[in-house]
Write a protein that binds this ligand. Structure first.
Ligand code: ATP
Length: 198
């Protein structure tokens, strides 16, 4: 099974592109969702986080208090690295488990920070969803009802458009109408199927 890693900056259209692939019956794995699953209540990882970061990272109900966790790792590189040391292997294991249950010529694995976290080895191809930075700002701020400046702050923590495009095997240009998006996805879908002899 061909593993296609889908990535792109904030607001570039990753979710929208995934919806188009899903409409073609392509299995989608969302690593953001896996990241939430591995720290669900009852998961051993949550206990490990409690041991390293203290009980304040748990809500009274015993679930992960994301705001408290974010506050601890914000502007503290060591703590962020520690959190990632816990999270990344767990996400990779969960990803392997998900892949083992799938039977399809190819799968789309949405990994927003694929390049920033160096996860290229986890996939066979890198598919980048690309649009202008102005469009990222406009779309994400409209969607999240937040000032563009807030989106810009997040963009500055992500890799640049050029860095992303430099490692792309395939690119979806999401700078036009949504019909164009559907046809680009359909074209890639056919290509991935052909590549797998399906
Ligand atoms: P994030 O990284 O924040 O999760 P994303 O890459 O998943 O974002 P989407 O949520 O798919 O991006 O798109 C951002 C917003 O832009 C959404 O409101 C979506 O409906 C809108 N959008 C996506 N593509 C287009 C397009 N071609 N034209 C107009 N709006 C679009």
């Amino acid at each position: 099974m061909l593993r296609v890693g889908l990535t792109g900056g904030i607001g570039s259209g990753k979710t929208t592109v995934c919806q188009h692939f899903a409409a073609l019956a392509t299995p989608i794995i969302d690593t953001d969702e896996l990241a939430r699953e591995v720290v669900a209540k009852g998961e051993p990882l949550l206990e490990a986080l409690k041991a390293d970061f203290g009980p304040s990272i748990l809500t009274p109900a015993g679930t992960l208090d994301r705001t408290a966790m974010r506050e601890q790792v914000f502007a503290n590189k060591e703590k962020l690295a520690l959190l990632e040391q816990h999270l990344h292997p767990a996400i990779r294991t969960r990803l392997q488990q998900c892949l083992a249950t799938l039977k399809a010529p190819y799968v789309i694995i949405a990994i927003p920070l694929l390049i920033e976290k160096g996860w290229q080895a986890m996939v066979d191809r890198v598919l980048v969803v690309d649009c202008s930075e102005q469009q990222q700002l406009e779309r994400a701020s409209r969607r999240d009802r937040c000032p563009p400046e807030q989106v810009r702050q997040i963009m500055m923590q992500q890799c640049t458009r050029q860095q992303r495009l430099a490692v792309a095997d395939d690119i979806i240009h999401n700078d036009g109408a949504s019909e164009s998006l559907a046809s680009q996805v359909a074209k890639l879908h056919r290509r991935y199927l052909e590549q797998q002899g399906a």
